[in-house]
Design a protein around this ligand. Sequence first.
Ligand code: PMP
Length: 304
Amino acid sequence: MEIKTPFIWKNWELRDWDDTTDHNLTHTLHYGWWVFEWIRFYDTDKWAKIFRLKEHIERFFYSASVLGLDIPYSIEEIMNACIETVAKSGVNTWYIRPIAYYGYGKMGLYPEGAKIETVISVWKWGKYLADEAIDVKISHIRRIHPMTTDIKAKITGNYVNSVMVSLEIHKEWYDEGLLLDTEWYIAEGPGENIFFIKEWQLYTPALGNLLPGITRDTIKGLYKEIFGKEVIEEKITPDKLKEFDEAFFVGTAAEVTPIGSITTEDGEKIEYSSWETGSVSNSLKTLYLDTVNGKNKSKLDWLY
Ligand code: PMP
């Protein structure tokens, strides 16, 4: 397996990559009842640095609390375990995947008594979305409703919705999908938040029916830094899409990905100039990459 690194951290010890298997009757495997984070680390002039580790691990613990998963370590211990696993990985720019789940020992829906497993893997993953502007399609599948699950948590069960969208749009050769919520407002991508630009002003869908992404928060901060303005967070319907000049996706994996077009459910293709030199999307993409790579000296406290 090309993505392999030497060790996986599991329940306080570093194990060999191939020595971390679980039993087929692991509780989590049956009910999608576990939590995860997607974290990236980058090559900076101080070697590997993890971007916004604290916020990711805080969200990890929040997600765990939603499932009643009482991780037997502190936030600080898991942050240190991530730093140690990266240091032992021998590489300086890849992904970290912490997960926590109910293990072997219980099969009913109510998981009390099952052992809690905590695992941190570091592995190789290239670009998540294409480097150039991507073509996006609004999915026929709606975003899960916040009254049926906790949408703010990274619970694996929530991701059935995202995977269904990915399957749908890849069949049609689009690069990525865009989900509306059940009230027809734009929510987010299957693994990304979205921003729009009109006359240099940034807009993003208001919280409520989407994951409050850490990159979304980063972009709000960077926009303020270079443009001195706040992002407008509001409900956006798809018929407003034509009014925007640019659009881009953001996420830990997607970083800042300019969107070249969005095709509506009726098949209308709306094109954006997000990929052009000098566009706001491209300026923010450059500033984001400078920030994660430690070149934006005003944001060094985001690197661990
Ligand atoms: N929305 C969804 C559904 C996601 O899975 C992700 C990726 N974690 C995001 C948005 C972006 O979140 P973040 O910037 O914290 O990676």
